[in-house]
Design a binder for this molecule. Structure first.
Ligand code: ZN
Length: 266
């Protein structure tokens, strides 16, 4: 029987057959999709962003925390911030996940290996990246059509989120791959041979804003350092529309600043 590589189902079967038994055992934790959330939530309606705290005690901080994300960035204070060094490299994606609210690629590199964001002498390993439509962070009230979030984590547990503002322009090849393989419904698809490098969606100019916030979806964990790249990156109108068809609105509204300092690299 011939295999049609354009169809996702045969791809999943090929992946299962091509993996030797030994690595299949290592793969066990990730080869079946499991929702990251025990209690379902939504962006709109009775389970929407205004009600997350009431859905599950684990989500309590979502509506009671004082350092939530996203925010509108305004009145940022110029500061001599450390330069960012992106040691992101091309790596096999293994799976593209539709977790009900976004398309996401998870990383499973062993500690100390893989891709890193380096700030000063501290190294943050890439753990996943995903998208939002429309943008979550706004700049002086301006909302871009989309954003990319790249989540990075140090060995001592500090999480740094990198936000890349996405504007309408030329198609981005990395985003195209994610859209091509991203499942239309909740679940994951194996993508043997697909190498991804989130550096392909970073702006050349590495000027940035930074502030302390939270994970922007339940459980809304605080203590996340957010780096918002000032220069947007282009994706095409067709790409925005393809994502919007799956996720018409997966953006949490801006949260109160509550006196937090927003800094801007000079
Ligand atoms: Zn996000």
């Amino acid at each position: 029987m011939g295999m049609r590589l354009t169809s996702l189902v045969p791809l999943m079967i090929v992946a299962a057959m091509a993996v030797p038994m030994s690595s299949q055992a290592l793969d066990a934790d990730y080869s079946h999709y499991v929702s990251p959330w025990k209690t379902p939530w939504s962006y709109q309606g009775p389970r929407g962003a205004a009600h997350w705290s009431s859905l599950d005690p684990a989500y309590e901080i979502c509506n009671t925390g004082k350092a939530q994300s996203p925010i509108d960035i305004h009145n940022a204070r110029k500061a001599h911030l450390p330069p960012l060094r992106f040691e992101y490299k091309s790596e096999p994606a293994r799976y593209v996940i539709n977790n009900r609210w976004t398309l996401r690629v998870n990383y499973h590199d062993a500690p100390g290996t893989g891709s890193f964001l380096v700030i000063g002498d501290k190294r943050y390993q890439v753990i996943q990246f995903h998208f939002h439509h429309p943008a979550e962070e706004t700049i002086d009230g301006k909302r871009y059509p989309m954003i990319l979030h790249i989540m990075n984590k140090s060995s001592d547990g500090q999480v740094v989120g990198v936000t890349v503002l996405l504007k309408k322009g030329r198609a981005n090849p990395l985003f195209q791959s994610i859209l091509k393989y991203g499942p239309a419904t909740e679940g994951q698809v194996a993508v043997p041979g697909l190498d991804v490098n989130p550096a392909a969606m970073l702006p050349r100019d590495k000027a940035y804003y930074r502030y302390m916030g939270s994970v922007s979806a339940p459980p809304c964990t605080e203590g996340v350092l957010w780096i918002v790249m000032k220069t947007p990156v282009e994706v095409s109108q067709a790409q925005i529309q393809a994502f919007a068809k799956l996720f018409p609105d997966d953006a949490r509204p801006p949260q109160p600043l509550n006196g937090r300092l927003v800094e801007e690299s000079d």
